[in-house]
Design a protein around this ligand. Structure first.
Ligand SMILES: Cc1cc2nc3c(=O)[nH]c(=O)nc-3n(C[C@H](O)[C@H](O)[C@H](O)COP(=O)(O)OP(=O)(O)OC[C@H]3O[C@@H](n4cnc5c(N)ncnc54)[C@H](O)[C@@H]3O)c2cc1C
Length: 462
């Protein structure tokens, strides 16, 4: 029995582990603790786990929500020592070892002996949060459905408007951020315009759509290196996507986007549909932890953790995944999954008396490589020194993503949807309800934000 378990031992109860978040890190930790002698409470602000890497396929109608977002409760139901609780954590009380959460009109406390914080990251607008209204990011199911509504809504309005200038704006799509998500989104809008929607409108030709991928950096997919970045750029250009590099966004509004180029000149692109995939900011729970401990946060709000992923001075608190900063590890799902398994193993071993917190081996990340799709039949893969792009990379991408999806049914449904999409170019999920499209405006109204500007707004989904 280790020192941080003294409370449980004295009270004659099992060690309580609270996990915040049901994403890659939180779920991996919970699954690893399923057979440990502990009581686990997993609290998350959604009732589902989310496979974020395939969100763009929900946004562009290839997959349904259920395929990538299984119910966490059902995933963990066989593990009797795990309780799944809906709740948004708004306070961590380090001194009293308690987490406070809110769900609807109910709020509650969760006491813990060990705490695993895996609340992920949100979109970052680099201090320009007002951009979000006109250029939503893609972090949640709500985001993906709203974007689906905006993309499809733009084509629909372009078909009926009599105003040439408005039609041009509606058929211009701007994706900000040329990382994997931006590349995937731009590629899929290109495929929608050129293949899926072909011959389905009478007044417009969807292939006239202008799709622009912008980035302030000088390269596409910088972490993949020059060769793969160039290959991805060339493939996007074949699909009709314009790639604008060294282009910094300075403003976003309902009808367009303002840009400053590397030579200092400014320009405006008229576009109804803008998508933001340019940066991330860790959950504010990281800063909350830092304020109560000796931990520091980096510029993205990530907690600088010890080698064992614990918070300095608090061996009972672990921060994992997109919320942690350690050895420049990237914000990708394998880091979160391996971190979740690692911290769960440390807790398990310490309760079994096999080690003490001071004897923990350092977390070692095993880098299995990175991959991103560009379009049908085209992806880029970097595994250690080995770089490939094109068809084989795309097949590898398919296999890996299928393998990592949670649940047999989800894999089967995804495989079926992919088959339909690849062989027949069918997208079964091209529907958008007005709730997807107008939800943001309704929320703005409830919270009294920007009511005046929403009244004269004519762009879809705003
Ligand atoms: C669009 C997109 C595409 C991506 N593509 C790839 C890819 O191709 N390959 C790859 O490896 N990685 C990819 N990533 C990154 C990867 O998804 C993340 O690195 C990974 O999800 C991090 O896992 P996590 O557990 O730290 O956080 P998440 O998976 O983000 O989970 C966070 C959890 O915390 C919950 N939560 C947040 N705040 C609170 C709160 N206050 N209270 C309670 N619960 C809370 C959330 O509801 C969620 O359940 C992508 C990310 C995005 C957004």
């Amino acid at each position: 029995m280790n020192s941080h378990d003294a409370g449980a031992q004295n009270a004659g109860r099992r060690h309580r582990v609270v996990i915040i978040g049901s994403g890659f890190g939180g779920l991996a930790a919970a699954q690893r603790l399923a057979k440990a002698d502990v009581d686990v409470t997993l609290v998350a602000k959604t009732g589902h786990h989310l496979f974020q890497p395939l969100l763009y396929q929900v946004a562009t109608g290839i997959l349904s929500v259920g395929d990538i977002a299984p119910s966490t409760r059902l995933v963990l139901r066989e593990h009797k020592n795990i309780t799944v609780t809906l709740g948004e954590v708004d306070k961590i009380d380090v001194a009293n070892r308690t987490v406070h959460a809110v769900a609807g009109h109910i709020d509650f406390d969760l006491p813990y002996d060990s705490l695993i914080v895996a609340a992920g990251a949100n979109q970052s607008y680099f201090g320009n949060d007002h951009f979000e209204r006109w250029a939503p990011g893609m972090k949640t199911i709500d985001d993906a459905l709203e974007l689906r509504g905006r993309i499809l809504g733009s084509f629909e309005l372009a078909e009926i408007t009599e105003d040439e200038e408005a039609r041009r704006q509606l058929l211009t799509f701007v994706v900000v951020g040329a990382g994997p998500t931006g590349v995937e989104m731009a590629g899929q809008i290109g495929e929608l315009a050129h293949r899926t929607l072909k011959n389905s409108y009478r007044r417009i030709d969807p292939a006239d759509a202008r799709i622009i991928l912008l980035d302030a950096a000088p390269a596409v997919l910088p972490p993949f290196g020059e060769k793969l970045g160039e290959a991805a750029k060339a493939r996007l250009e074949q699909l009709g996507v314009e790639v604008h590099l060294n282009a910094m966004v300075t403003d976003v509004d309902s009808t367009g986007i303002e840009i400053k180029d590397a030579d200092g000149t400014t320009r405006r692109i008229g576009a109804a549909c803008k998508i933001w995939s340019a940066g991330v900011q860790a959950s504010p729970l990281g800063t909350m932890l830092a304020e109560q401990t000796d931990a520091e946060v980096d510029r993205a709000g990530r907690v600088k953790v010890n080698k064992d992923l614990s918070v300095p001075g608090h061996p009972e608190i672990f921060v994992i995944g997109d919320m942690m900063s350690l050895d420049n590890l990237p914000g990708v799902s394998p880091v979160a999954i391996q971190g979740g398994k690692y911290v769960a193993k440390q807790i398990d071993r310490e309760l079994a008396g096999k080690q003490s917190p001071t004897g923990r081996p350092p977390f070692k990340y095993f880098d299995k490589g990175s991959m991103a799709t560009v379009s049908r039949y085209s992806a880029v893969v970097k595994i250690r020194g080995f770089e490939i792009h094109g068809f084989i990379a795309w097949v590898l991408w398919l296999v890996v993503h299928l393998a990592f999806l949670i649940g047999f049914r989800n894999r089967l449904a995804t495989l079926f949807s992919w088959g339909m999409h690849i062989l027949g170019d069918k997208r079964s999920h091209l529907s958008a309800t007005s709730r997807f499209v107008y939800g943001r405006r309704a929320i703005d109204r409830v919270y009294g934000d920007s009511i005046a500007s929403s009244l004269d707004d004519r762009s879809p989904g705003s």
